[in-house]
Design a protein around this ligand. Structure first.
Ligand code: CA
Ligand code: CA
Ligand code: CA
Length: 343
């Protein structure tokens, strides 16, 4: 029986087997099911490269970013340069709250390579962080060059930007010059390929430390909108960092290096009867530090000491005048009955 016209009648197992047979092919990463973005405007460019005479000595063979790969071939087989800027199936998508690595595969012979992104959409490639990569030779035949994308100070959230990749044979070959810029016009064997990158909307990121950062380290990278949670282990702030709030959970610790400023609205230090959170600052904290000392209910007593190492209890008591007191140096903790309004 043929399922050609009734693929909706495949069992889940049949669908799984059909999918497995397609793994490794571009159809698996197809975004054909994603509705077309009617706001799409192809980023313009003020320049293009020359087109080299058709040949198969050099070329950009594939360009991969965030799971999307555009495969092609040499200059000769591609029919010159590729302008994939308007092709809906060629669009990359990046989340700039994390690191993104571009992988460029070149063709035969020793190669040179340049990569630019017009982050500010003014058509050229000479602004903040727009040159991503440029080497004049030494890239081995059929190799993949990984390039960690460099983001600009002002990230064009929710926008499409143009990426331009230029390759030619190594500039050591006779008659070949070094690629100088994104508008290079002396290609001899290689080609240029342009594609669109969609920069996902920015938003607050929650960074969690559990003996390692997820999704990535906020140190020196997070913004005043972001949240940091220290769940377990000792997190170290080694470069000045902004965030909205930091929570250090029981048993976890936060250290701030000398000369470093941590700017936040609040740092909440949480505890249980047995576990405390720790904050050791050799730098500067701008924001309010709350020490949320857990005290147990009726039946168990928790012995409370001053949270700051070396602090005299009298100083601690003076700073916590809201606690029930029977004398200037005695503070009481007790269950509070909100209905009765009394301890
Ligand atoms: Ca190509
Ligand atoms: Ca630009
Ligand atoms: Ca410019």
């Amino acid at each position: 029986m043929s399922y050609y016209y009734c693929s909706d009648r495949l069992t889940n197992d049949q669908k799984t087997r059909a999918r497995v047979s397609m793994e490794g092919t571009t159809i698996v990463s197809s975004i054909g099911s994603v509705p077309i973005d009617t706001n799409f405007v192809a980023p313009m460019s003020v320049c293009s490269t020359n087109t080299a005479n058709a040949n198969n000595y050099a070329g950009i063979m594939s360009v991969e970013l965030s799971g999307i790969s555009n495969a092609s071939s040499t200059n000769g087989n591609d029919g010159g340069n590729i302008d994939g800027i308007a092709g809906c199936s060629n669009t990359y998508e990046i989340d700039t709250s994390i690191s993104n690595t571009l992988n460029v595969e070149v063709g035969p012979n020793l190669n040179q390579l340049g990569v630019w992104i017009d982050w500010n959409n003014d058509g050229d490639f000479d602004d903040d962080s727009e040159q991503q990569y440029l080497v004049s030779g030494g890239i081995l035949e059929n190799s993949i060059t990984p390039i960690v994308l460099d983001y600009p100070t002002i990230i064009p959230y929710d926008n499409y930007v143009r990426i331009r990749i230029i390759n030619d044979l190594d500039s050591g070959y006779g008659g070949v010059s070094a690629i100088s810029d994104a508008c290079y016009n002396s290609l001899v064997y290689g080609q240029s390929e342009d594609y669109a990158i969609y920069v996902m909307p920015g938003g607050a990121t929650t960074y969690t430390y559990n003996n390692g950062w997820l999704p990535n380290s906020p140190v020196g990278a997070s913004t005043s909108a972001d949240t940091i949670i220290i769940d377990a282990g000792t997190a170290n702030i080694s470069a000045s960092t902004d965030c909205n709030t930091i929570t250090v959970n029981p048993g976890a610790a936060l250290t701030i290096d000398s000369g470093v400023t941590l700017t936040t609205t609040t740092i909440d230090l949480n505890s249980t009867s047995q576990l405390f959170s720790s904050l050791i600052s050799d730098g500067t904290i701008t924001g309010v530090v709350n020490y949320n000392r857990f005290t147990s209910q009726i039946g168990t007593n928790d012995l409370i000491s001053a949270p700051v190492s070396g602090q005299q209890f009298t100083a601690f008591a003076a700073l916590n005048a809201n606690l029930a007191a029977s004398a200037t140096t005695i503070r009481a903790f007790a269950p509070y009955n909100t209905a009765a309004g009394a301890y």
